[in-house]
Ligand binder design. Structure first.
Ligand SMILES: *Cc1c(COP(=O)(O)O)cnc(C)c1O
Length: 352
């Protein structure tokens, strides 16, 4: 193999994360179009206006829309706008907000405490939420104010529309605001085949952090306030935290490209289908187990001893953070059927 061919093969040994993928053509073309000539700065440009309009069409409601650079900022600024420093945020013990954001939610809210609840397959247990709120009502306990859920979850599972309604009803009863971490929201919409409104404001979600990066954009997440009152002064919060892009059109343009072309859900559905195909292949391999229900674009597998190191020796990239023999394989818009088959056959060979 020539050096170039070898490098391009190595680049494909990749199931680590959907943010290892490149920029999809629709996002790329839209950025190129936004690059033709001058435009006003700080969001005062036609691309941002168009992206906001498309977002309102997508959700069929008059929501407030903001564009920030990444998911950690989106989540923590959104949560900070729901809470005072003496409040608390309830979320699942595996949530990104808790385990992967370096305390950003606490930092940007000036100390709002995160309270963890368990729950099967990465979804919050509603009894545990209820218990966490009612456990104490005195002034010494940080008053629960927000419930944060992730859709699709960190374990690649989905809340159904019914489950989301139950989350929303409980939150309303407990006077909690609902935040949704939707880093993979597009995958959830594509997998469930329902209108985005059914998974958000119709179920009582107050604010959604809508991921673009993991679905084909270079950078950028949208913060969508369905509860418009909560968006008051959010622009100041973005500016103070260094999240107000001066060339905002380049955060907005990819959304225009993905929403107008329909590629947003097409790419997400493709990633989900790749994960489904991988799951089917792995289920047929003796000794390989599937750890959580495969519902979006990731497969969590239990691999026989030695398989993880054999795959790593071949150059495959994937996460093993779920413990011994456990592996997470994440598919993206860029994953091909060939990649899936290549990985599955390497696992098959290593498991023999
Ligand atoms: C990737 C991800 C984010 C965003 O992470 P950033 O690296 O800050 O962009 C947020 N939530 C979940 C569940 C994620 O997987």
């Amino acid at each position: 193999m020539t050096n170039d061919a070898q490098q391009s093969t190595e680049r494909r040994l990749q199931f680590a994360s959907d943010n290892y993928a490149g920029i999809c053509p629709e996002a790329w073309e839209s950025m190129a179009a936004a690059n033709r000539g001058y435009a006003c700065s700080y969001g005062d440009d036609p691309w941002t206006e168009r992206a906001c309009r498309l977002m309102r069409d997508f959700f069929e409601t008059d929501c407030e829309v903001f564009f920030v650079f990444n998911g950690t900022a989106a989540n923590s600024l959104a949560l900070a706008s729901l809470c005072h420093s003496f409040h608390s945020i309830i979320c699942h013990e595996t949530s990104h907000v808790e385990t992967d954001e370096c305390g950003a939610a606490e930092f940007f809210s000036n100390g709002t405490k995160i309270l963890l609840v368990p729950g099967e397959h990465g979804k919050v247990d509603l009894e545990a939420v209820d218990h966490t709120v009612h456990r104490r009502s005195d002034i010494h306990y940080p008053k629960p104010k927000a419930l944060s859920i992730t859709q699709a979850t960190e374990l690649g599972t989905l809340y159904t529309v019914d489950e989301l309604h139950r989350v929303g009803e409980l939150a309303r009863r407990l006077s909690l605001k609902v935040h949704m971490d939707g880093a993979r929201f597009a995958n959830a919409v594509a997998a469930l085949g329902v209108h985005p409104s059914e998974l958000t404001w119709k179920a009582g979600v107050d604010v959604l952090c809508f991921g673009g990066t993991k679905n084909g954009m270079a950078v950028g997440e949208a913060v969508i306030f369905f509860n418009r009152e909560l968006a008051a002064e959010f622009d100041y919060r973005c500016k103070q935290s260094g999240q107000l892009a001066s060339k905002m059109r380049f955060l907005a343009a990819p959304w225009v490209g993905l929403l107008e072309s329909g590629a947003l859900l097409k790419h997400a559905a493709h990633a989900n289908a790749c994960a489904a195909a991988l799951e089917a292949r792995l289920r047929a391999i003796p000794g390989v187990g599937i750890r959580f229900p495969r519902q979006a674009n990731s497969v969590f597998a239990d691999l026989p001893p030695g398989v993880v190191s054999a795959l790593q020796a071949k150059g495959w990239h994937f996460y093993t953070f779920i413990g011994s023999g456990g592996a997470r394989f994440m598919c993206s818009w860029e994953t091909t059927d060939g990649d899936v088959e290549h990985l599955a056959s390497d696992i098959e060979a290593a498991a023999r």
